[in-house]
Write a protein that binds this ligand. Structure first.
Ligand SMILES: C[S@@+](CC[C@H](N)C(=O)[O-])C[C@H]1O[C@@H](n2cnc3c(N)ncnc32)[C@H](O)[C@@H]1O
Length: 449
């Protein structure tokens, strides 16, 4: 297939690693093992340095159009997805993302005229996608949104989440107002305006609470308690209304811009949040898989979005059930063995970390393999991963996945390394990453049988 990005970083086929190369030989020659460290020689020839941001200059802003409506931890930068779509799929193809998160693959697929099927354990996907891929041809009207917002202010019908310790998270007066606002949403017709206001309430509901709103993790901090105490001395009701209104209008404009840009597009974006991708039964085949699995020591996504899920109507038991399926916080049901993973397992001295590692690779591979089993012959899997440290040992996730899948019917296509320069965020605080560089890898595999 013609490559849409023939720039410098895309190597010609003859320079790519051939499938006949032996994974074992490569692994042995590139890893130097000591009892508590795995060092990887930089001379690994398969790694193609790349800058996705430079390679996809038409995307000027990572949050363009609807990408930034929702905050989501560890989102894809859209450049990576655009690059994979343009390089490994053509118009009308079907793409699957088993770890869809906030649906970046869905947005990019629609813009590029591809169809996408998105899955995630997090049910928020079901609330985000109808806004992020807004396909109505009729423009949304600000006047209508304003009328709805007036109705929201007048609402007298409260909705209280089934959250046993909700009083821990809200001062009573803020809880009273938010409950009335949510009562309005619950009793309104399901339409794009309600969905827009709901997305604003999700944002404002965290800001106007004791939960720290500047980090994804759900926790109460002393500084946030102080912030809320001070806020209560001001016109906080006016500020809350202003936040909801501002966010709603901004979202409406983004939806209209998205609809204008894609008015001639008619791709299909299907999604299902709240499901475990490892055991999902697919009904179709795909031309490509494009995904970014959870991090090894990942955010606990379910814990992170608990507050939002309660407001949306989930209860304790439903959230607990989902949390038990989250990677890597669940028990492994098989042990993955590859040369690199086996060496790391031996080097680890802590049992809890071995368990974490086993759980991570078991369930990440189960979900990837489940999605990849639906790939057509010669279909491509594009997997975006980092190289985390576990107890000081570098875990080359791409290498472990490559070893596993090359033994199971897939050929190696390419491996890109994107080095991202980070600004030091915390003035005097020790930077864990002293060279200021962080790499992420895009591993490309091709289905052979
Ligand atoms: C790195 S995030 C993906 C972010 C996504 N690429 C984006 O741009 O928003 C990994 C995702 O894996 C999901 N996840 C964790 N365990 C899962 C499971 N068992 N089945 C499906 N998804 C799971 C998490 O909810 C999270 O959204």
């Amino acid at each position: 297939m013609a490559n849409a990005y023939p720039a410098q970083a895309f190597c010609s086929r003859k320079h790519r690693m051939k499938n006949e190369d032996s994974a074992g030989q490569l692994t042995a020659s590139t890893i130097d093992m000591t009892v508590d460290a795995v060092r990887v020689h930089e001379s690994d020839k398969r790694i193609q340095p790349i800058s996705f941001r430079e390679l996809v200059p038409e995307i000027k802003d990572t949050g363009y159009l609807t990408h930034s409506i929702f905050y989501y931890p560890a989102k894809f930068i859209p450049h990576v997805v655009r690059y994979a779509l343009k390089s490994f799929t053509k118009e009308g193809d079907w793409v699957v993302d088993p770890f869809a998160g906030s649906g970046t693959v869905g947005v990019e697929a629609y813009i590029c005229g591809r169809n996408a099927f998105l899955l995630d354990l997090n049910p928020l996907l079901n609330y985000m996608m109808p806004l992020k891929v807004y396909t109505d041809t009729e423009r949304l009207r600000e006047t209508h949104l304003s009328q709805m917002l007036e109705g929201l202010e007048k609402s007298t019908n409260p909705f209280t989440p089934a959250w046993s310790n909700i009083a821990y998270w809200y001062p009573p007066e803020m809880l009273e107002v938010l409950s009335r606002y949510w009562g309005f949403i619950k009793s309104s017709e399901d339409n794009p305006y309600t969905a827009i206001i709901q997305s604003s309430l999700l944002k404002a509901g965290k800001h106007f609470s004791y939960a720290e709103h500047r980090t994804p993790k759900l926790f109460r901090s002393k500084s946030k308690l102080k912030y809320v105490e001070e806020l209560l001395q001001t016109d906080w009701r006016g500020k809350l209304s202003e936040m909801i209104r501002g966010h709603s209008l901004e979202t409406l404009r983004r939806l209209n811009d998205f609809a204008t840009l894609t008015s001639q597009h008619n791709s299909c974006i299907e999604f299902e949040g709240g499901v475990d991708s490892s055991y999902y039964s697919f009904q179709r085949e795909f031309d490509a898989l494009i995904t970014s699995p959870p991090y090894l020591q990942a955010q606990e996504y379910m814990r992170t979005v608990k507050m939002e899920l309660f407001w949306l109507g989930y209860n304790d038991e439903e959230i607990r059930k989902l949390s038990r399926l989250e990677i890597p916080y669940r028990k492994a049901d098989r042990i993955i063995e590859t040369p690199t993973l086996d060496k790391i397992r031996v080097a680890l001295t802590r049992d809890d970390l071995v368990k974490l590692l086993d759980s991570y690779f078991c369930h990440t591979i189960n979900a990837l393999e489940n999605g990849m089993s639906q790939l057509k012959e010669a279909g491509t899997a594009c997997i975006f991963i980092g190289n985390p440290l576990i107890d000081g040992i570098k875990v080359e996730i791409w290498r472990i996945l490559m070893e596993y899948f090359m033994d199971n019917g897939y050929g190696f296509e390419n491996l890109y390394e994107d080095r991202i320069k980070h600004r030091q965020l915390f003035g005097t605080r020790k930077n864990k990453n002293p060279d200021g560089m962080k790499s992420e890898f895009l591993l490309i595999l091709r289905k052979e049988r």
